[in-house]
Ligand binder design. Structure first.
Ligand SMILES: [Zn+2]
Length: 244
């Protein structure tokens, strides 16, 4: 059995059996791992508070025969404790880790996605990441997963989206009006929304006005749910705490 250490972010964690926990980690070198933490609920000392979502850890892993690995120990590198005191920041952090969990496959190294998530959580914890930052984070995470929505040209004909653009999640983003007439699920979107989202994809950090932000949230929810085949659970939690 091989042993190794890696940097990790906790994506989610569930109780298992009488006293154990199953933890989903995004590691820097080994990608997403499901790790079995034996006795995690009995021995408070061994994993003390480390297995909560969006903890940044150094993990000690033992490979096992199946696809699940064993978690032998953890050191907390960053707890993001300031973010944990604010419901809206918790909601955004839970959304970010759930999105990363759903966009990745087990054992596929994703060092850039790891760095992106770590950086987003660090800015969230420092109260430097507002609602537009979450949209920017999502667009980058989608790009890493090969699911980048298109906003600058029609996803069907490749032409300009035009003055009356539409958005169609099934075809991958913006569509021009003539193509939109053939895309059953497409919805009309403001030109300013497409250009705002395009600017975020290109790295702009200018906050979107609240009305466009709310529309952007809606489009990304539908786009992500379509490509993952289900709606993210944390979307509802964000809505409950009044976030777009
Ligand atoms: Zn078109």
């Amino acid at each position: 059995m091989e042993r190794y250490d890696d940097d990790a972010l906790v994506l989610s964690s569930v109780d298992y059996g009488e006293s154990d926990r199953l933890v989903t980690l995004l590691t820097r070198e080994h990608g997403k791992l499901t790790a079995f933490a034996a006795g995690a609920r009995k021995s408070k000392r061994r994993f003390a508070g480390a297995l909560e979502p969006f903890m940044r850890l150094r993990v000690h892993i033992v490979e096992t025969r199946g696809s699940t690995v064993r978690l032998d120990g953890t050191d907390i590198v960053a707890g993001f404790y300031a973010a944990r005191e604010d419901l809206s920041l918790i909601a955004r952090a839970l959304y970010a880790v759930e999105l990363c969990r759903e966009l990745t496959r087990d054992h596929e190294p994703q060092p850039e996605l790891f760095a992106l998530l770590e950086s987003y959580l660090t800015r969230l914890d420092a109260k430097e990441a507002g609602p537009t930052s979450l949209l920017a984070f999502e667009l980058s995470a989608l790009a890493h997963a090969g699911l980048m929505p298109r906003f600058d040209s029609c996803s069907l004909c490749g032409g300009a989206p035009g003055e009356r653009p539409r958005f169609d999640q099934a075809h991958g983003g913006a569509v021009c009006e003539p193509c939109g007439a053939r895309a059953r699920e497409s919805v009309a979107v403001p030109v300013a929304l497409l250009s705002g989202l395009r600017a975020l994809q290109e790295g702009a950090r200018t906050p979107l006005p609240p009305d466009l932000r709310a529309r952007a949230r809606g489009l990304l929810n539908v786009f992500i749910a379509h490509h993952l085949g289900r709606r993210l659970k944390s979307v509802d939690f964000m809505a409950q705490v009044g976030l777009d």
